[in-house]
Design a protein around this ligand. Structure first.
Ligand SMILES: Nc1ncnc2c1ncn2[C@@H]1O[C@H](COP(=O)(O)OP(=O)(O)O)[C@@H](O)[C@H]1O
Ligand SMILES: CSC[C@H]1O[C@H](OP(=O)(O)O)[C@H](O)[C@@H]1O
Length: 407
């Protein structure tokens, strides 16, 4: 085993050649570092004649987006790979295949999904994903149910939980999502045109109370093994297929966090659409699709989760009449609250989304930020009292109605 160092391009190619049954001995391989995320290196090695490739993902000992002043444990590469393996055991069609790994070098070698598009980019372009809600609902329901006390041996779950203590990455979430946006933190990152709206978050006690309660859940409710960062930049998609990548934030947390992450990112795109649609008919159609998808994510999750519960439940006490309904309602409420928190952080916190920040035109960008903040705040405040997923569409529609810039 080699001592840890970031791979050079040549080393990435040499490593790729060692993967069995992939490239011919004499294949001419090209290599690129394509990592566009905040944290890691990603090498794509391709046999140009066959168009066949593979991916080597390597963790750096610090957050790439900030630099060496923000050290991060390399063990996150193991956590990401083990989470991918567990996800693969439950939903093999919805995650990339793993070919090899090296914990010392903090690398995972995996299937090249370049025939798919990162969903965030697809949504910005107005692509349709008719099967997405069904796929992601099944992904979330299966991975959460079978890693929880409902669907796995409870002693084994305790051991598994120990393998997914992920302090560095959880701390990023705790700070960037549940703390910084609600105080004058040097980590915050917002444009001056929304300063009054950002500062209003620091003094909104109703909102801060709900965020404190969501934060408490994130810190203490070890319900299931979460993906932990399930945004549309961590999902590859085509019209027919969905593949979830990048579970390096995986840890045992509240189920609603993963569902909320998906819904938040669909709604961020909803807020951004006046900046991407070319006329009001297109805007209306895209927004309707996004709201239907957001509702569908929850509906498919709920249906699949209840099916698994009725079929594969291991917890005897969870058979008690009424418990399933209460459990599902709790997850719904958490999902709505977390969705709101995840929208707010992408407008005022350190790390933003391209849906909003790359909108051409300052006015449309400004309006998108205000709409996203409005929806985010309303979701956080509504979450604990919500009784139906339809409430999120009402909130989004109302925010759209109040927009002051039209296309
Ligand atoms: N399996 C894959 N196949 C093709 N491209 C990939 C794959 N995994 C990652 N990538 C590319 O690398 C980028 C960053 O990967 P990601 O896992 O999100 O890294 P980070 O953890 O740094 O956010 C993705 O946006 C995508 O373009
Ligand atoms: C300093 S990390 C900020 C941010 O980055 C992660 O996202 P990505 O998947 O794009 O690397 C995660 O959302 C973190 O909150």
């Amino acid at each position: 085993m080699s001592e840890y160092h970031p791979l050079s391009l040549e080393e990435a190619v040499a490593l790729a050649r060692t993967i069995p049954d992939h490239f011919r001995q004499d294949a001419e391989l090209s290599v690129e570092e394509i990592g566009d995320g905040n944290l890691n290196l990603v090498f794509r090695i391709t046999d140009s004649t066959k168009g066949k490739g593979l991916i080597i993902k390597q963790a750096l000992p610090y957050a790439k987006v900030v630099g060496e002043s923000w050290p991060l444990s390399l063990d996150r590469a193991r956590i990401e790979r083990e989470a991918l393996e567990i996800q693969h055991s439950h939903v093999p069609d919805l995650v990339p295949a793993i070919y090899a790994y090296d914990n010392e070098l903090a690398i995972t070698v995996m299937e090249d999904l370049s025939d798919h598009t990162i969903m965030r980019k697809g949504l910005i372009e107005g692509q349709e994903y008719p099967h997405f809600a069904k796929h992601i609902g099944r992904f979330i329901a299966s991975t959460l149910f079978y890693t929880s006390d409902l669907g796995m041996d409870q002693q084994a779950k305790k051991e598994q939980l120990g393998r997914f203590i992920n302090p560095d990455l959880c701390k990023i979430t705790e700070d960037l999502i549940f703390e910084d946006p609600y105080r004058d933190s040097p980590n915050n990152n917002f444009s001056e045109d929304i300063r009054p709206d950002a500062e209003a978050l620091w003094h909104d006690d109703e909102l801060r109370l709900e965020i404190a309660l969501l934060r408490e859940k994130f810190l203490t409710h070890a319900e299931a093994l979460l993906h932990g960062d399930l945004h549309t930049g961590s999902i590859f998609a085509t019209r027919e297929s969905t593949k979830v990548i990048d579970p390096e934030f995986a840890y045992y947390g509240p189920m609603g966090f993963d569902i909320g992450a998906v819904i938040a990112n669909l709604l961020l795109n909803f807020a951004a659409q006046p900046g991407w649609s070319s006329n009001s008919e297109e805007l209306h159609a895209r927004r309707l699709r996004l709201l239907t998808m957001a509702q569908g994510v929850w509906k498919h999750f709920e249906t699949h989760f209840r099916d698994l519960w009725n079929r594969d439940l291991v917890d005897v006490m969870a058979k008690t009449p009424g418990y399933q309904d209460m459990y599902v309602q709790k997850v719904l409420r958490d999902a709505i609250g977390f969705a709101g928190a995840k929208m707010i952080r992408r407008i005022v916190g350190l790390s933003h989304v391209a849906d909003i920040d790359t909108i051409p035109g300052a006015e449309l960008q400004h309006q998108a930020k205000l709409t996203a903040l409005k929806i985010g705040k309303a979701l956080v405040k509504r979450g604990r009292f919500a009784s139906s997923i339809d409430e999120i569409t009402g909130i989004a529609r109302q925010a759209a109605k109040e927009e002051e810039v039209s296309i």
